[in-house]
Design a protein around this ligand. Structure first.
Ligand code: UD1
Ligand code: CA
Length: 458
């Protein structure tokens, strides 16, 4: 069956998060919680997705722009009141309405589809998704009669001692007959401990109206976790990361320490790539096959080809082609482009620069705003001096150029193919093919100086 409408509740203030960020924008595996909810419902092909926003509405709406429609709940008077705000938008709809919270990021499409199927099979007025929890603290409890039929949902704060012992919890996901939903909502009151209009009260109300209500219990409680505080946020991250890591391992990626590997949703990794523990892969990152990423590597929004060895290095918005060796402790910043078989050694920073095929920048160098050709050798401690405090200037280095150690290259400057710079030079002028640029003062030696040294006096 198909849900005609989907309503996502995201207006609450999330006070238990103790954060300035609206709760549903907190991230799980690199993606806002509410985005996970939208990802899970989109394959259900609803006619309409409505998100109810309130606290931080502008930020939530900016974040979700184009993905859903919005309804504002001015005052946060409870989940039932939140759904009531969609009444005008859904008034004419004769179908079914699926309601979820923006703070339950772990549901899979399969589970939601199973709920929809159960709802259509039973022709209930409402079917609530439930789960058995080892520790049901904080959740609404499903109260069933002696015959096992669902009677109502009771919030923990309103529950009796006996009701609190119930292990079956309300996951906060429901599918309603749309017209009956609004009939029931008009009767929800706020006579409870929190003085809120509770959406779960609609079950009891519909039953009182002589309608058939029901529950579909999912076997996997971990999907149902509602994130109300930072402890649950960390747990949700762990569950989601575990899912993502398992997917990669099944696709042929070797994770040496999956519990300590942090891969965001959407990262693509080719087979036979080996990833050690304490590696973080974030954002829009694509990694090819047969790479090795060692501990401490952090890669964000970057594209990595095949057969590279990246050792304990940080990459941001960088492009690395094939069979390079990078690190340990290299830092690739935005628009760094490392061509095939290039080598970057320890403490090398590259920003907005291309390192040509087979070129080597072995030690302690900064390469910024530069284009290096193939098979260039950059000596230890070379600095591309690209910035005068206001403007950035470019350097062009041809093929097979040999840059001596501790060269300062003051841009803009061009080193032609097969040119050389002498070690310790400060290069301000272009160097022609086969020429050597040398720019340093000659050494003078002062004989018999030892006795004039301060430590020898007095
Ligand atoms: C809710 C359910 C509880 C269930 C649990 C599952 C109610 C009364 N309780 O409790 O039975 O076990 O979810 O995770 O529904 N919201 C609004 N406007 C409001 C209040 C809340 O939009 O006025 C939104 C929140 O942003 C959140 C969702 O509704 O996304 C749920 O609210 P929350 O306060 O987290 O409810 P829980 O106490 O978790
Ligand atoms: Ca919640």
């Amino acid at each position: 069956m198909q849900a005609t409408n989907i309503v996502i509740l995201a207006a609450g203030n999330g006070s238990r998060m103790k954060s300035d960020l609206p709760k549903v924008l907190h991230q799980v595996a690199g993606q806002a919680m509410v985005d996970w909810v939208i990802d899970a419902v989109q394959p259900l092909k609803p006619n309409k997705i409505l998100t109810v926003t309130g606290v931080g509405a502008e930020r939530v709406q900016d974040h979700l722009a184009g993905k859903t429609d919005f309804v504002i709940q001015e005052k946060q008077l409870g989940t039932g009141h939140a759904v009531l705000q969609t009444k005008a938008a859904l008034a004419d709809s004769q179908g079914a309405t699926l309601i979820l919270s923006g703070d339950t990021p772990l549901f899979t499409t399969e589970t939601l589809q199973a709920l929809l199927n159960e709802h259509s099979r039973t022709k209930n007025a409402v079917t609530v998704l439930t789960a058995k929890a080892d520790n049901p603290t904080g959740y609404g409890r499903i109260v069933r009669g002696d015959d096992g039929m669902v009677l109502k949902i009771v919030e923990e704060k309103d529950a009796s001692v006996t009701e609190r012992r119930i292990e079956e919890i309300n996951t906060g996901v429901y599918i309603f007959d749309n017209q009956l939903l609004f009939q029931a909502l008009s009767q929800v009151g706020n006579d409870n401990v929190q003085q809120e209009y509770y959406l779960p009260d609609t079950l009891d109300i519909l039953r009182g109206m002589g309608k058939q209500i029901g529950a579909y219990q999912t076997l996997d409680f971990s999907e149902s976790m509602g994130v109300n505080d930072r402890v649950a946020l960390a747990q949700a991250n762990q569950i989601m990361r575990n899912r993502i890591n398992q997917m990669h391992m099944k696709n042929g990626v070797e994770l040496v320490a999956p519990d300590q590997t942090f891969i965001d949703a959407g990262v693509v990794i080719g087979k036979d790539t080996l990833i050690e523990g304490n590696v973080t892969l974030k954002g829009q990152t694509v990694i090819g096959r047969d790479n090795v990423l060692t501990a401490g590597t952090r890669i964000e929004d970057s594209t990595i080809g095949d057969g590279n060895v990246i050792t304990s290095s940080h990459l941001e918005e960088a492009v690395v082609k094939d069979r390079t060796t990078i690190g340990p402790y290299a830092h690739l910043r935005p628009a760094a482009e490392i061509m095939d078989e290039a080598h970057l050694g320890n403490f090398v920073e590259v920003k907005k620069a291309t390192i040509g095929q087979g070129s080597k920048v072995g030690h302690l160098s900064y390469v910024g705003n530069a284009k290096l050709g193939a098979d260039v050798n950059v000596g230890a401690g070379t600095i591309f001096v690209n910035y005068d405090g206001v403007n950035k200037f470019d350097t062009t280095v041809g093929d097979r150029v040999f840059i001596g150690s501790n060269t300062k290259i003051i841009a803009p400057v061009t080193l032609a193919d097969e040119s050389i710079t002498a070690a310790g030079s400060t290069i301000t002028d272009d160097v022609a093919t086969h020429a050597m640029g040398i720019a340093r003062t000659r050494q003078t030696n002062k004989a018999d100086f030892w006795d004039r040294m301060p430590h020898k006096k007095g």
